[in-house]
Design a protein around this ligand. Structure first.
Ligand code: GUN
Ligand code: ZN
Length: 437
């Protein structure tokens, strides 16, 4: 693949912005260029400088006046829930039993898993999301379909066959032994193939027996570099039920600690209702609380105290995610709009620079992958997107009065969606699907 120069307004974060005026936290080039070759970013900076250091006959793709940003990262989604999104339920446990578990049973069928996999990658790329961390179904067929499709698409994806051996329909249960063996088989077959990463994925303590948690612990010991993902403290009734199943544990977080599952690569979906003790334990382990705002509002689960967690003496590391299909939008822009509103209700501020940091570099840091994704830095993978803050008539009208970069980002977050994504580049290849219906 020969080198290509992409011209536009570049935005990439160096670190978390401390305020809406923290201009040292990011790189912004008003007339910038990205030099991309063999799926990697080779140079990033002022257009004239990068152009003059490039071959004379270099192809230039001109994306002015749009923004060029790192591809967005979604740290918690459910691959088998694309047809669950928008299901009418009173709360989490009713939603799981009534819609989610029955739908996930369908992923025993390879043809169904393969069909949904094509929709999955189309939809995420349409929204500008180039990396997702996904729960698959319990069936190995769902892992094979997902990872095979991603091998064709070329994105960096982290995903795991869900382990669950109780409190769900028979068609969704493995066993301690089967869950262990099939997870090992998925790791052997897919981890490190292309840009596929496998995550160890016990669904949550309600659907795993103590024996299965021990099997999960064995996997975590055998594969210490792998990510681990599970759910924690999403809903008050869920917390009560979970604690009744593990009476020896001090609290919900302690269940995962006891099985050695808390570490810097552990992603804890939701983690809304943590006690101080739990927040301390998570902070000390360096595990991540994954905030899923549209899901928390849709299922009525609660208001995630993001700022409270960040401002503690022992801060909790944070990531952000859609949680499709409990979440109600595939768009990380829509997701951060709801995250902003949740902080408003809690009397806190989430500034637009921090939102864009979280969707890009922040989520990459949460995954310990900032040397590969989440920035426009030379040497990293060429996953980047082009965004237009005037994509709709209403946005264009508002843009007439926008004066600063932070205001433009806030407009993208407040009114933007897939229409604002002009192009999605994955490993340097344009991958935004053309809408067909
Ligand atoms: N807890 C256990 N499984 C799930 C799930 O699929 N979605 C959500 N939101 N919470 C869960
Ligand atoms: Zn989830």
């Amino acid at each position: 693949m020969s080198a290509v120069l992409y011209r536009g307004r570049l935005l990439s974060f160096y670190r978390a912005p401390l305020s809406v005026d923290d201009n040292d936290s990011y790189l912004y080039e008003a007339d910038g260029a990205l030099l991309v070759e063999h799926g990697r970013i080779v140079a990033c900076g002022d257009f004239t400088a990068v152009r003059s250091a490039s071959p004379d006959d270099i192809e230039v793709v001109d994306h002015r006046p749009h923004l060029i940003l790192p591809g967005l990262i979604d740290t918690h989604v459910h691959f088998p829930q694309m047809q669950v999104i928008g299901s009418y339920a009173a709360n989490l446990l009713e939603w799981l039993d009534t819609y989610t578990f029955p739908e996930e049973c369908r992923f025993v069928e390879t043809a169904h898993a393969e069909r949904i996999a094509t929709h999955f990658f189309d939809e995420f790329f349409r929204q500008g999301t180039t990396t997702a961390v996904a729960y698959l179904s319990v069936h190995k067929a769902s892992a094979d379909a997902f990872f095979a499709e991603n091998l064709r698409r070329g994105s960096l994806m982290i995903a795991g066959k869900v382990m669950m051996d109780r409190n769900a329909p028979q068609g969704l249960l493995d066993s301690p032994q089967l869950g262990y063996e099939e997870t090992r088989a998925v790791i052997a077959q897919w981890h490190g193939k292309g840009r596929n990463h496998v995550a160890i994925t016990p669904r949550f303590a309600i659907t795993s027996t103590p024996a299965q948690m021990e099997a999960t612990q064995a996997l975590a010991r055998e594969f210490p570099d792998l990510h681990i993902q599970t759910h924690l403290s999403e809903n008050l009734a869920e917390i009560d039920y979970t604690c009744s199943l593990y009476p020896e544990a001090i609290d919900y977080t302690d269940i995962y600690s006891r099985y050695g599952l808390l570490g810097r690569k552990t992603l804890l979906g939701h983690a809304i209702h943590l006690s101080d003790r739990e927040a301390d334990a998570i902070s000390e382990a360096g595990a991540i609380a994954v905030h899923c705002p549209t899901s928390n509002l849709f299922l009525g689960s609660g208001l995630f105290p993001m700022k409270k967690y960040q401002k503690r003496d022992k801060p909790v590391r944070i990531a952000v995610a859609t949680d499709i299909g409990g979440g109600s939008s595939y768009s990380m822009l829509r997701t951060m709009d709801e995250a902003y509103k949740i902080q408003q209700l809690l009397g806190e501020r989430l500034n637009p620079l921090e939102s864009f940091y979280l969707m890009t570099r922040g989520n990459a840091e949460a995954l310990s992958l900032e040397d590969r994704i989440g920035t426009l830095e030379p040497g990293t993978d060429a996953d980047f997107i082009v965004m237009d803050a005037s994509a709709t008539p209403a946005m264009a009208l508002k843009m007439e009065v926008v004066k600063t970069l932070a205001e433009e980002l806030f407009l993208l977050q407040t009114l933007g969606d897939d229409r604002s994504v002009v192009e999605t580049y994955v490993s340097g290849r344009p991958m935004k699907p053309v809408a067909t219906m």
